[in-house]
Design a protein around this ligand. Structure first.
Ligand code: G
Ligand code: G
Ligand code: MN
Ligand code: NA
Length: 259
């Protein structure tokens, strides 16, 4: 608990920072964007990961201003990447949303304002929400996400496959991509791949593409795994094989290396 005593004042003290992990298109290996992952530079304990403070931020309500700050930073960063690349179609940014943000009345207006202030088009942003946070959500609860999706913001279903997938509910959600949890891709790290994992991923990709959803795979750690997942038709990959989460400048270097 002492770890998180300083959490309420950490935002105003400027103790949070963001690392970015590249998202790579599997067909050609190009960097398409990055996921923003927040960290807390704790004055006594050093760098803390989200698992160590996001739950408390949710309990205390700090997640709403913190989440807004992450969104602002990420949007500004995407603007910088695009300016540097002199390409407005290039890099996109993914931002995680917590359930408190989803149900917050200003989610849509905040997001629109952040995009406008950053000079970023909605399609440059992907919001990630977990499958579990949407389970049980009715039409009213989904309305803000649907409004954002209608504006052109991409919505991804994060940690897909770890919840209670009543697959028919996928059709009701305003999502355009699935982020397949890394538990499904672990069995493909080395050859020969686990045949059951291969079948499961094959089935999910087929279902997703039928519903017009793109598939991003998480936790790609080896070349063998990347090759398997490319062969199975997955669209985008993220993982240590490509890059660990890191500073924003590095993404630019990685993206330029493609060009
Ligand atoms: O950084 P790390 O790889 O440990 O991320 C762990 C998890 O923390 C991620 O899967 C993500 O769901 C969550 N997370 C990271 N950044 C944010 C954020 O800005 N907001 C929220 N709500 N969750 C985040
Ligand atoms: O939003 P999400 O919970 O998916 O955040 C991604 C989490 O997964 C982060 O904590 C990140 O550090 C972690 N991660 C990213 N790539 C890899 C990987 O290749 N292997 C493993 N084991 N973890 C990863
Ligand atoms: Mn995520
Ligand atoms: Na995830």
């Amino acid at each position: 608990h002492s770890l998180t005593n300083g959490l309420p004042s950490a935002l105003e003290k400027g103790e949070f920072f963001i690392e970015y992990q590249p998202l790579v298109r599997l067909t050609d290996g190009t960097v398409r964007g990055a996921e923003a992952l927040v960290r807390w530079l704790h004055p006594l304990h050093g760098v803390l990961g989200p698992d160590q403070f996001i739950p408390l931020a949710e309990d205390t309500g700090l997640i709403v201003p913190l989440g807004r700050w992450v969104l602002e930073q990420a949007a500004r960063q995407a603007r910088k990447w695009r300016d540097a690349a002199e390409d407005d179609e290039s890099l996109r940014v993914n931002v995680n949303l917590s359930p408190c943000q989803l149900s917050h009345p200003t989610l849509v207006s905040d997001t629109v304002a952040v995009l406008e202030n950053a000079g970023l088009c909605p399609s440059a942003l992907c919001l990630e929400v977990t499958e579990n946070d949407l389970i049980g959500a009715d039409e009213t609860a989904l309305r803000p996400l649907r409004q954002l999706a209608d504006l052109g913001v991409d919505i991804a279903l994060d940690d897909f496959g770890t919840g209670y997938s009543n697959l028919s509910y996928l059709r009701r959600l305003p999502v355009s991509q699935l982020k397949l949890d890394r538990s499904f891709t672990r069995g493909m790290q080395r050859a020969p791949a686990d045949p059951v994992d291969v079948k499961i991923v094959e089935g999910i990709v087929s279902l997703a593409h039928t519903l017009d959803l793109a598939v991003t795979v998480e936790g790609v750690e080896t070349a063998v795994q990347a090759e398997h997942l490319r062969g199975l038709g997955c669209d985008t990959a993220q993982g240590w094989y490509y890059a660990r989460p890191g500073p924003p400048e590095r993404l630019h270097t990685l993206a330029l290396a493609d060009a």
